[in-house]
Design a protein around this ligand. Sequence first.
Ligand code: HEC
Length: 227
Amino acid sequence: MSKRWNIVAPVAAVMAVLTGCVTDPNSPGLEYMPDMYRSPAVEAYVDYGMDPYYVTEDVASAQRSTPSARVPVAGTIAFVGENKAFGLPYAYPNTPEGYEAAGAGLVSPLMTTKAHIERGMEIYEQMCSQCHGEEGKGDGALSRNGHIAGIPSYSDKLKDLPVGKMYHTLTYGKGLMGSHASQLSQKDRWLVIEYIKVLQQGGEMPEFDEAGNVVESAAEGAMAMNN
Ligand code: HEC
């Protein structure tokens, strides 16, 4: 038994080597696993039918009319990167109903932190204080010199204005205040709103912990511990 294998094994090996060699220099010879060294050349957005040498012509022709990647459908919104929350289109229409709905339903994607409030303050000083005044009392330079009248104070008339309405106004404008959608990105609009919330409280900064997060009031903290 073992003697017979002594002959069969070398003969099989020699035959395998010989059938692997062919005289035509352009022939690849016998390919034992063609898919390992010949992958289909698929490039993005190009129709590449698989080589009918490996699959049947039916399969290849079906693949030929299939792009290797598809263009996104119309209206697709990119949803990648760190600013995911700010890439979406604004859902509320520029109508009185849209304004009310934004006030009732729209919340900020931002946390109230020291860094956000401080960035909001910078934006406010650059783009808003000329009308609204440094402290948000409606007494900026343009108001004092009579160009724009009747700007409400954040800490008085607008004390309870919800952030959704602020965002709506920043996006579309309201009365004598124009839209700021082209000057401020969605994130910048929410950042400046973080600072308006401080001005609604008369400009007093909340208390922050070392990480810059707002410290809850003692009463709220005690309640959280009891739960
Ligand atoms: C050209 C002057 C002007 C500038 C600049 C301006 N505002 Fe106003 N803003 C107004 C006026 C006027 C109103 C009152 C609008 C009304 O109720 O008719 C107002 C109203 C508001 C309100 C209340 C909106 C509401 O829903 O009642 C907010 C919030 C506000 N502004 C935020 C800002 C912020 C933030 C900036 C800077 C990015 C800014 N404004 C820049 C003039 C201005």
